[in-house]
Design a protein around this ligand. Structure first.
Ligand code: IMP
Ligand code: MG
Length: 186
């Protein structure tokens, strides 16, 4: 083993870790247990929102002991100048039919929560047993969400964060920790 993992080599743009690898791993294990206990019966389907949730989802599913299915979707906001008035469309849909499933949408980070709320409406129309959200982080920017995530890993500072799936211009997703980006506001 080389003394320094090149994947961990710091970039000058990255600040100190806000949530380090061990802290994230511990919290994801707890979330797995919470989810396991919450859904005592029925078919559970986790749907990861690409791309940001891919690392969180991969770790989360390995901490949920009950049987469940996994799928993905890609959402995009259209038709408005601000996120809060936009509509969400699915660019990639889950293959699995949502009807009859408890659907748990898995997100990397909630800022306004608009993406998740609009997606919940789209998903509800397809006749699932239930729709809930799990997010690794929540910036708690607004308290007027129609539906709050039921499972939240961490309350996050209102700054721009990267790592553990989160990107800036498609970079830094591979970092095993979450850190702020220098010179950026949330
Ligand atoms: P919302 O609809 O405002 O909650 O948007 C949430 C989405 O914005 C997340 O899925 C991320 O893709 C993106 N996002 C919000 N905050 C950050 C951040 O700090 N770093 C990277 N992406 C972010
Ligand atoms: Mg995202």
């Amino acid at each position: 083993m080389p003394a320094e993992n090149p994947l961990l080599a710091r970039n000058d743009d990255i600040g100190a870790a806000i949530f380090d690898e061990a802290t994230i791993a511990r919290r994801v294990r707890e979330l797995g247990r919470e989810i396991n206990g919450y859904y005592d019966s029925g078919e559970l389907l986790l749907v990861g929102l690409l791309k940001g949730s891919f690392i969180f989802l991969a770790d989360l599913v390995r901490n949920i002991e009950r049987a469940h299915k996994v799928d993905f979707c890609i959402a995009a906001s259209y038709g408005a100048d601000t996120k809060s008035s936009g509509t969400v469309k699915l660019l990639y849909e889950p293959d699995i039919c949502l009807a009859g499933h408890h659907v748990l949408l898995v997100e990397d980070i909630v800022e306004t929560g608009c993406t998740l709320n609009r997606l919940a409406d789209v998903f509800e129309e397809r006749g699932p047993e239930s729709v809930e959200f799990a997010t690794l982080m929540h910036k708690r920017v607004t308290s007027t969400l129609a539906k709050e995530p039921r499972f939240v890993g961490f309350d996050a500072p209102q700054e721009f964060l990267v790592g553990y799936g989160l990107d800036y211009d498609e970079r830094y997703r591979h970092l095993p920790f979450v850190a702020g980006l220098k010179g950026q506001d949330g």
